[in-house]
Ligand binder design. Structure first.
Ligand code: HEC
Ligand code: HEC
Length: 409
């Protein structure tokens, strides 16, 4: 029998005993004759009262006083540590519930009826990932109804893309807990990140579940030093990424060319088969050109520019989160920093917001530490509490490099 069932059984027994006693009392009162009222009945004699009976009563009182005198201090001593133990237990339970909510079928905590599959997009260890998404066409051509969804007008076709989902094992280094809760409640409309909280009117999670998720995310956070070294390495990887993309596309082109040669040599190839192989070669060649151009651009970038792309562009540059230079159907991003979720930073606008030499320092502080929501930053900025801050994820020199780059935009 579990502890819980034992308690339930004990309760039932206790209730039955109480009910029995009440019934017995009611019936025995009915059976008894009318008793003499207490004020008319004769009480005990003095000899009786001051003898052993009095001692017995006093003995009991002494015993109860002793119990209170010992129990109270013991309670005061034990209570704080009992509270700590309970808090730890509450936290551990909450983290466990959060792990279940976060999990996907690859995670050990997965429960098919409860898990919300955050891990599908953010990675099973919250190391970051990608989410499939469909972007809608923007061309004026598509105002005409006959062009919408028309395969002959490629500019009006919705395009599937892969939207980068940020790593969450560093999320509490750049946001406070309440900022993360806000993101979870309201999501990021216009991105694959939907609203999860009831408060938004769109989600299903109550405050406790949102807390559970944040408590679970807290267990996954890596130390600031490790996050900083990952950020540092990412700059080098970004540069080699350009080269890798070129060599991948070279391989793809060679493969497509081989397929074409095979198709040409094979007498059984149909004309459509041949045409398809030719299109594949042309596409691979165009993708290689795009990769070469992208690599040339990347190799010229300053560290500040790369750090901006890696940390800031997802909010400050439209389309950046799904930019793939070889996906020729999706329009390339507009100029870096020209605004998306975060404001436009081009046209020297950060120099207006943070003017002069003092402004450089202030801009640094804004990017590194920020200010609480509703407080002023720069000349006319008012923080909304939605921008992450980077002092725990980037080192001083890196933030300075980003600020320098932003002021050049
Ligand atoms: C369908 C994919 C998907 C799912 C499922 C998903 N997210 Fe997201 N999430 C994203 C994307 C994409 C972003 C980035 C949006 C953007 O570009 O601003 C994001 C952003 C976030 C952010 C903000 C991080 C930052 O640094 O800006 C948090 C926190 C977050 N998600 C937590 C969660 C949690 C917790 C769950 C599960 C309840 C979840 N997400 C489920 C795709 C997803
Ligand atoms: C999750 C989205 C997000 C990311 C990532 C982000 N920002 Fe922002 N940024 C914002 C928002 C939103 C604002 C507007 C201010 C506010 O709402 O508090 C802002 C404002 C700013 C401003 C002030 C602009 C002005 O003229 O008022 C600067 C400068 C800035 N961000 C720089 C950066 C840098 C540098 C990074 C990367 C290291 C970065 N941001 C990353 C969302 C983001």
């Amino acid at each position: 029998m579990t502890f819980r069932t034992t308690l339930i059984v004990l309760n039932i027994v206790a209730l039955a005993v109480i009910a029995g006693v009440i019934l017995w009392r009611v019936f025995s009162l009915k059976r008894e004759k009318e008793p003499t009222p207490a004020n008319l009945a004769k009480f005990l004699e003095d000899e009786d009262l001051e003898g052993r009976r009095l001692e017995r009563v006093l003995g009991w009182s002494l015993l109860f006083v002793l119990v209170v005198a010992i129990a109270l201090p013991v309670y005061f001593l034990v209570e704080p540590s009992r509270q700590v133990v309970m808090q730890d237990r509450f936290l551990a339970d909450s983290e466990e519930r959060g792990a279940i909510l976060f999990a996907n079928s690859q995670s050990p905590a997965y429960v098919s009826t409860k898990s919300l599959l955050c891990a599908n997009c953010h990675g099973t260890k919250a190391e970051g990932g990608a989410a499939p998404y469909v972007v809608q066409p923007e061309s004026d051509l598509c105002i005409k109804e006959q062009n919408q969804g028309n395969p002959d007008v490629p500019a009006c076709l919705a395009q599937p893309v892969s939207w980068q989902a940020p790593a969450l094992n560093t999320v509490l280094l750049r946001f406070t807990r309440s900022q993360v809760k806000h993101i979870l409640n309201y999501g990021r409309p216009g991105t694959p990140m939907v609203a999860w909280g009831i408060v938004s009117g769109k989600g299903v999670l109550n405050e406790q579940s949102i807390d559970d998720l944040v408590n679970y995310l807290a267990t996954l956070q890596i130390p600031s030093a490790q996050a900083k070294s990952i950020s540092k390495e990412a700059v080098g990887e970004y540069r080699t990424g350009g080269k890798q993309l070129v060599s991948q596309q070279e391989d793809a082109l060679t493969k497509a060319q081989d397929e074409l040669a095979k198709a040409q040599a094979d007498p059984t190839t149909t004309p459509t088969g041949l045409a398809q192989a030719e299109v594949a070669v042309a596409t691979a060649a165009a993708q290689l050109d795009a990769a070469v151009a992208y690599d040339a651009e990347v190799q010229d970038l300053s560290d500040g520019a790369i750090l901006f792309r890696l940390n800031c562009a997802r909010c400050h540059t439209k389309r950046w989160s799904y930019y793939d230079p070889t996906a020729l159907k999706v329009p390339p991003p507009p100029p870096q920093g020209s605004g998306a979720y975060g404001p436009n930073l081009t046209g020297s606008s950060t120099k207006l917001q943070f003017p002069g030499k003092a402004g450089v320092e202030e801009q640094f502080n804004w990017v590194a530490l920020g200010v609480p929501a509703n407080e002023q930053y720069g000349v006319r900025g008012i923080s909304s509490g939605r921008m992450p801050h980077f002092a725990s994820q980037l080192d001083e020199a890196e933030i300075k490099a980003i600020v320098k780059y932003e002021r050049s935009l």
